[in-house]
Design a protein around this ligand. Structure first.
Ligand code: IVH
Length: 757
């Protein structure tokens, strides 16, 4: 047995290397479960030997304490910003600048490096003796916020560098990948929160969180592009600097072009513009830097910018078009959202014919009218938005838009009179039988991340609800193949049937959904205030739906919230109680003390059950425990299960024999634990569902397509392309019998087909 100290050191090295492979190179060499096992081992060793914990351990990425505000740090070398060049000034504008630099450096053949301008938040990372010690925002360029604890949660940031100079500062941009941005916004919407306007705001908002645990939940990323203080000589060129950074384990721009003339720079800028939409993160331009580092100081600086570098701003991602009509969409929870139907225009790679108008207040604020010429913008690649009206082009007869009059005081889907939700400036259709809401709920139920029923998109959902075949998502489980196959997706005049093949795919998806984990079901049921993340948290701490419905944990969370509110209002020192008599104050003091005792007891109980973490505040007590699921989500979940809809749903699930299971599957010593398995061909000894269930039960994952991340393919007769893929990627192929032998299982439950034909 290695000494704990040595094993800890080894585990840290291994985990950091795996972080680098995963987050910097996007080429992991081990699966999540293996990684988790190493991580767990390290955490357990550190728990047993707390003296060996250091802030640069991978376990401490989320170890920072929440703060009331950030300390200030002075940048050893100021963080400069860049002057802009604009696409509208074209090649001429570029030439003018390049000639001006040539004049400053006569006789030198200049090289330029073109790289993307990442749209995020500038930060500086400081390493001393190879250890990440301080991370700061740009601030005013001289002083920034110390956000070390928050930056440490970004797994692409190495905590240690090998062969680094004694002091090394690297600057770069923290950003939120677009896919992560979309998901966060979806979750915020699902939780009833106003989503971030764009990925940049989301990244900035995340980095400025005072609690690193919150930051850790946002999958922030980083790209590094320039040096700060460095105790050794810098490489001679920007290209060599980036190569050095990459060798040290930092993510650097993938797109880099060395150019030797204004024409070459211009061509590189155009090339970048053509590919930047595929990066997966937002870019708002190109940066052009003098490649030769030694010449930079000779070219010099203006008061605010280097003379040797510029930011190139691409043409703005706006376009002008006209609003043909305003339609109103009904959301899953009945929100009525106005949408501008536009004359189609081309904008950054796609044709746009619709833009969201958000809500009634937004339309009023911008005074948007039907027929108006408007400027639209693709903000953060989400749904385009209307920026403003081109008033000069307004038709004299255009009337102000009146939302309620426009919809004739009726939900456009069901005709019910809507109610205005004062909190969100939105009109809401509260008719539970509204077909549009049913459709949205059905789509939500089947979407990826929920129950993932392939083949059930918006068109099919629309048709199912419209034709009265599905009223509630659970109706899917009693659908017959023939009924679904005959579904008319077209009109009565021009019918277009769904077909049995497609129908079979949907029903297979439903079969798979039956055994999906509790977390997915909780997500799919679309409980107000319970988004994907909350659903997963609930699923982890509860075994069954019934357990959530009657959860003592959730009740304690709600009670703790109430006790905390009482503490605030019963305090004899509270502002609201200042005019109370001495007698009343004495009574308040007693009730105040009772509320504190109650909160302490509830907090302690929640901490003991793992459903809350102790407060990190210096003077925090059990009453300040940080709960896993917040009080509004907890209350909403309990209320949903107690409601007639919740009760009906539970009864229905029981009838259908669907009993999703929660809790974390215990790591087992099965050969499939932590491994990804693909099933293909016909399984003859057991149903596919049973096979999937068995794999999941031992802590394995089931995937639908073969990649190099697949650990095993189980192939039955009739296996086709997946078998070829397995051979291509060198993935071991098992027969069903071998698979069973490895599961170590006795002969199996009868193959049950499950589909109602
Ligand atoms: S170089 C002296 N390179 O854009 C060098 N900046 O408008 C200064 N930015 O403050 C920065 N991508 O926050 C540089 N590849 C890149 C960049 C980049 C984004 C940001 C950075 C800077 C701002 C200037």
């Amino acid at each position: 047995m290695p000494l704990p100290h040595d094993r800890i050191a080894q585990l840290r090295l291994e985990l950091e290397e795996h972080d680098r492979r995963y987050y910097v190179e996007a080429r992991p060499t081990i699966g999540d479960a293996e990684y988790d096992a190493l991580f767990r081992e390290l955490r357990e060793l550190e728990a047993a030997h707390p003296a060996l914990i250091t802030p640069d351990s991978p376990t401490q990425r989320v170890g920072g304490k929440a703060t009331d505000g950030f300390a200030q740090v002075r940048h050893a070398v100021p963080m400069l910003s860049l002057d802009n060049l604009f696409a509208k000034d074209g090649l001429d504008g570029l030439r003018k600048w390049i000639i001006s630099v040539e004049k400053l450096l006569p006789g030198e053949p200049l090289e330029w490096l073109v790289e993307p301008k990442v749209d995020g938040l500038a930060v500086s990372l400081r390493y001393e003796d190879g250890r990440f010690v301080t991370g700061a925002t740009r601030g005013d360029g001289e002083m920034g916020d110390d956000i070390t604890d928050n930056l440490r949660t970004i797994r692409a940031i190495p905590l240690h560098l090998k062969d680094a100079p004694a002091v090394l500062e690297v600057r770069g941009e923290v950003y939120l990948p677009i896919a992560a941005f979309r998901k966060i916004c979806d979750d915020m919407r699902a939780a009833g929160d106003e989503p971030f306007a764009n990925p940049r705001n989301a990244a900035a908002g995340s980095l400025k969180q005072l609690d690193p645990a919150t930051v850790a939940k946002r999958p922030l990323a980083i790209i590094l592009y320039s040096p700060g203080e460095c105790s050794s000589d810098l490489p001679p060129t920007q290209a060599a600097f980036l190569a050095w950074m990459a060798a040290l384990g930092f993510p650097v721009p993938r797109f880099q072009r060395v150019c030797r003339s204004a024409e070459e720079v211009f061509a590189a800028i155009q090339e970048l513009d053509g590919v930047r939409d595929s990066f997966g993160f937002e870019t708002d331009g190109a940066v052009i830097k003098l490649n030769q580092v030694a010449l930079r100081d000779r070219a010099g600086y203006t008061a605010r910018f280097p003379r040797w570098a510029k930011a190139w701003k691409y043409l703005s991602e706006q376009a002008e078009t006209r609003i043909r009509a305003i339609t109103v969409q009904v959301g899953r929870t009945g929100n009525l959202t106005p949408v501008a139907e536009l004359e189609p225009v081309f904008l950054r790679g796609s044709t746009i014919s619709r833009a969201t108008l958000h809500n009634e207040d937004e339309i009023r604020r911008k005074d948007i009218r039907i027929g108006d010429a408007v400027i639209i913008e693709k903000a953060g690649e989400v749904i385009p938005a209307v920026v403003r009206v081109v008033l000069e082009k307004r038709d004299a007869l255009a009337a102000p838009f009146d939302f309620l009059q426009h919809i004739e005081n009726k939900c456009p889907a069901c005709g019910h009179a809507p109610r205005r939700d004062p909190e969100f400036a939105a009109w809401v259709c509260e008719n539970p039988a509204c077909p549009a809401q049913k459709t949205r709920r059905l789509e939500y139920f089947a979407k990826r991340g929920a129950l993932d029923i392939e083949g059930l998109g918006s068109t099919v959902a629309d048709a199912l609800v419209e034709r009265g075949i599905v009223d509630d998502p659970l109706d899917l489980f009693t659908l017959r193949l023939t009924t679904l196959g005959a579904l008319n997706l077209g009109t009565d005049e021009e019918p277009r049937t769904f077909g049995e093949k497609n129908a079979a795919k949907v029903l297979e998806g439903c079969q798979r959904a039956r055994t999906m984990p509790l977390a997915r079901w909780l997500h799919a049921l679309a409980i107000t205030d319970v988004g994907e993340e909350t659903a997963h948290d609930l699923g982890k701490y509860h075994d069954t739906l019934e357990a959530v419905a009657t959860s003592p944990l959730l009740r304690d969370v709600v009670a703790l919230d109430k006790a905390r509110a009482d503490i605030a209002t019963l305090s004899p020192r509270a502002q609201i109680n200042k005019d109370k008599t001495a007698m009343e104050k004495t009574q308040l003091a007693t009730r105040h003390a009772e509320a504190i005792a109650r909160a302490e007891e509830l907090g302690a109980r929640l901490i003991a059950s793992g459903f809350a973490a102790p407060s990190k505040k210096a003077d925090g007590t059990a009453a300040d425990a940080v709960v896993v699921v917040g009080p509004s989500a907890a209350a909403a979940a309990l209320a949903w299960f107690a409601s007639p809809l919740g009760q009906r749903t539970m009864a229905r699930l029981a009838e259908l024999g669907i009993a999703p299971r929660g809790g974390t599957p215990a790591a087992s010593d099965s050969p499939f634990s932590g491994k990804t398995v693909v099933l293909t061909g016909t399984l003859e000894l057991m149903s596919r569902n049973a096979a999937q269930e068995r794999i999941r039960a031992v802590g394995g994952n089931v995937a639908s397509s073969v990649s190099k991340k697949t650990h095993y393919v189980v192939a039955g007769p009739g296996a086709g392309s997946k078998l070829e893929d397995a051979q291509k990627h060198g993935v071991p192929v098992l027969t069903e019998a071998e698979f069973l032998a490895m599961l170590g299982s006795p002969p199996l439950p009868q193959k049950e087909d499950g589909l109602l034909l």
